[in-house]
Write a protein that binds this ligand. Structure first.
Ligand SMILES: *Cc1c(COP(=O)(O)O)cnc(C)c1O
Length: 365
């Protein structure tokens, strides 16, 4: 039986934009241009204008965007890169794939974001970069991280969950040296397949990124560096261009839904609703509770889907054992034991939120 309230509903959004999305897709299919054509070029320009940054280079996924960013910064074997232990695994994966060492750092349990002090303590002479993840759509304090790590360590912003988020009017992805974005279907701006992009204000990094995503080649059949095949296709670019003008409105709807959740949930004992913050775009709405498993069980009984993002901190994952040295990161570990993400998408209605909160209240009593 499918849940009465899913964690994410992509069909409602598709139906609302169906005519425009299908017209864009047909335009590409009939054009005969499928890779690195006019749609990709236009999307990169539109993304740059929207973010307020000089260069956007699209690619095949958010994970590739991280790999390309690290490669553009010339990070590789012998280097160390700081990665928060509480996030989706892609940043750690990207660091390890370059041959560099991921060094896991702790989070602030109230914001779920990387803890600048933990970064400061992890710096060594080999530290080349720090990945700052704007987790769940909440803008991290990049200048606090900058202060903690000093001027010589590059900051890579992972904006996979924070598309459209701004602090004091400035978009996430424009604070560090380089920033990665994902257009995976579930993200705040999502395509109908995989996709990603890298943003930077530095023209030299941008030129390297363009070569790296296309076999290390800036001139056909001349390979200056070892690259990848990581390009966004025209079909995805055309679809993303239809959706881009709607993201601000969708993010406002997410903010209203989050406000409704918090107003209701702060009255329940044993549940800590997530803290609000300037510019938060609520990719996820994630609460903390020592009774997390009981809450999830009650929701499931009531036909409401929920997820644990994320159940295991990265320094406890099998794949990253070679780099962890048995480190202990208490905040990340505790949050993994207590976090629960509730349904969150722009079309989530007040009545649905009421139904979800009533179910959580039943579990509490
Ligand atoms: C989704 C995500 C990624 C990876 O993006 P893909 O497009 O799925 O490769 C990277 N980092 C974070 C924080 C994510 O949520």
């Amino acid at each position: 039986m499918s849940p009465t309230i899913p964690i994410l509903d992509l069909t409602t959004q598709y139906t609302a934009l169906q005519e425009d999305v299908e017209a864009a897709a047909l335009r590409v299919l009939r054009s005969g241009r499928y890779v690195l054509g006019p749609e990709v070029e236009a999307l990169e320009t539109e993304l740059g204008e929207m973010l307020g940054i000089g260069h956007v280079v699209s690619c095949a996924s958010g994970t590739d965007a991280l790999c390309l960013s690290l490669r553009a910064l010339d990070i590789g074997p012998g280097d160390e890169v700081l990665v928060p232990a509480f996030t989706f695994a892609a940043p750690a994966e990207a660091v390890a794939l370059t041959g560099a060492r991921p060094v896991f750092v702790d989070i602030d349990p109230d914001s779920f974001l990387v803890d600048p002090e933990s970064c400061r303590n992890a710096i060594t002479s080999r530290t080349r970069a720090a990945v700052v993840v704007h987790l769940y759509g909440r803008p991290a304090d990049v200048s606090a991280v900058r202060e903690a790590i000093g001027p010589d360590v590059a900051i890579v912003e992972d904006c996979a969950q924070s598309f459209g988020a701004r602090t004091a009017g400035q978009a996430t992805g424009t604070f560090g040296q380089i920033a990665s974005f994902s257009f995976f279907p579930s993200k705040n701006l999502g395509g109908c397949g995989d996709g990603g992009a890298v943003a930077t204000g530095d023209p030299e990094l941008a030129a390297r990124l363009r070569a790296l995503r296309n076999h290390g080649s800036s001139q056909p059949y001349h390979h200056e560096t070892l690259g990848l095949n990581s390009r966004l296709d025209e079909l995805q670019a055309a679809i993303l261009r239809v959706k881009l003008p709607h993201v601000a409105e969708w993010n406002e709807k997410r903010q209203r839904a989050a406000g409704r959740y918090t107003e209701r949930l702060q009255k329940l004992d044993g549940i800590q609703p997530p803290a609000d913050a300037d510019g938060h775009v609520w990719h996820q709405y994630t609460l903390l509770s020592p009774q997390r498993d009981a809450l999830q069980e009650q929701l499931a009984k009531d036909g409401i889907e929920s997820r644990i993002y994320y159940p295991i901190p990265l320094h406890r994952q099998e794949a990253y054992a070679p780099w962890t040295n048995g480190v202990s990161l208490p905040a990340a570990e505790q949050v993994c034991d207590q976090c629960l993400s509730l349904p969150m998408f722009p079309e989530l209605s007040p009545a649905q939120i009421e139904q979800i909160c009533a179910s959580l209240a039943r579990a509490e009593s």
